[in-house]
Design a protein around this ligand. Structure first.
Ligand SMILES: [Zn+2]
Length: 306
């Protein structure tokens, strides 16, 4: 009765990895319980999440082929576009969020088009806007740019409005740090950069005030939801963002944070359920309204049974 922080399934967002094909449910070794799914299996997974009271999924795509400019990312019949259509058709009440980025689609694995070995910001914006529109056309409720290019929220917002998608919301990865905790995701999404790292566009972990500036800019550009990523090593950032801005705050409980608990639990070194709930509660206590987590289904099950 006097508990200050509560968790419920309706604040969770469940990430899904989708690839072409049928009947695929391919385990991601570094993330036990996480699978690369095909169009049919992703729908059953999405439906299961909805039935557990989870209101939203976020989709990441694995294209059939990659190229320099990541052209499959905005193809009308791309894997994410098809998945959105199928999921919205079968589960109209589920909020479908799509990751808008190029790193899963480019042959070099960077989040934008390259000029030499540097990501070229401005031509990338045009492509990101095209991706967002293609997702909205497929039926996505929210697009989530994760690239950290300057000006991408405005570019996406303007293009969505021009194309008649004023009601499609933007969840911006506003404070995305250059983190070691993304490692397992890159295995799941097959998106590790082929050279260098993402330091030139992701944030430097020691900086906190810079996160507030980035968030301010994204809000001015039209973001509807702002995000801090990763969550656990950045709880102070979530707290500061919560205090500073009256905007919905999402936090991404990333792959490495998930993998650590899974690995320790598999060795019998930690109580997985308790650790999971403690972590999700901490993210919530820090001030997040929404938590993107691979634990979503497990947590929802536990919350509805307790
Ligand atoms: Zn990216």
């Amino acid at each position: 009765m006097v508990r200050e922080t509560r968790l419920s399934p309706d604040m969770l967002i469940y990430p899904l990895f989708v690839r072409a094909g049928r009947g695929i449910r391919q385990a991601v070794p570094s993330m036990p319980g996480v699978f690369q799914l095909s169009l049919d299996t992703v729908v059953s997974e999405a439906k299961e999440a909805l039935d557990l009271g989870i209101p939203a999924v976020i989709l990441f795509g694995l294209p059939e082929k990659k190229d320099e400019r990541g052209s499959e990312a905005y193809a009308p019949d791309g894997v994410v576009q098809k998945a959105v259509r199928t999921i919205k058709d079968r589960c109209p009440d589920l909020v479908v969020i799509t990751d808008v980025c190029l790193c899963e689609y480019t042959s070099h694995g960077h989040c934008g088009v390259l000029q030499g070995h540097e990501v070229d910001n401005d031509p990338t914006l045009d492509i990101l806007a095209r991706i967002a529109v293609s997702h909205a056309q497929a039926g996505a409720d929210i697009v989530a740019p994760s690239d950290m290019m300057d000006g991408r929220v405005r570019a996406i917002r303007e293009r969505l409005d021009e194309e008649g998608f004023a009601h499609t919301a933007v969840m911006a990865y506003s404070a995305k740090y250059c983190s070691a905790f993304y490692g397992p995701f890159r295995e799941a999404a097959e998106s590790a950069p082929q050279f260098g790292d993402r330091r030139s566009y992701q944030m430097d972990p020691p900086n906190a005030r810079e996160a507030l500036r980035e968030i301010q800019l994204d809000i001015e550009e039209g973001a509807d939801i702002i995000m801090v990523k990763p969550a656990l090593a950045y709880l102070d950032i979530i707290r500061r963002v919560r205090e500073e801005f009256d905007w919905p705050v999402a936090a991404y409980n990333v792959s490495g944070e998930y993998a650590m608990i899974k690995a320790a639990a598999a060795n019998g070194w930690i109580d997985e359920r308790r650790a999971m709930m403690e972590v999700l509660t901490a993210i919530r206590r820090a001030g997040a309204d929404l938590i993107i987590t691979y634990f979503a289904k497990d947590a929802a099950r536990l919350l509805s049974s307790s």
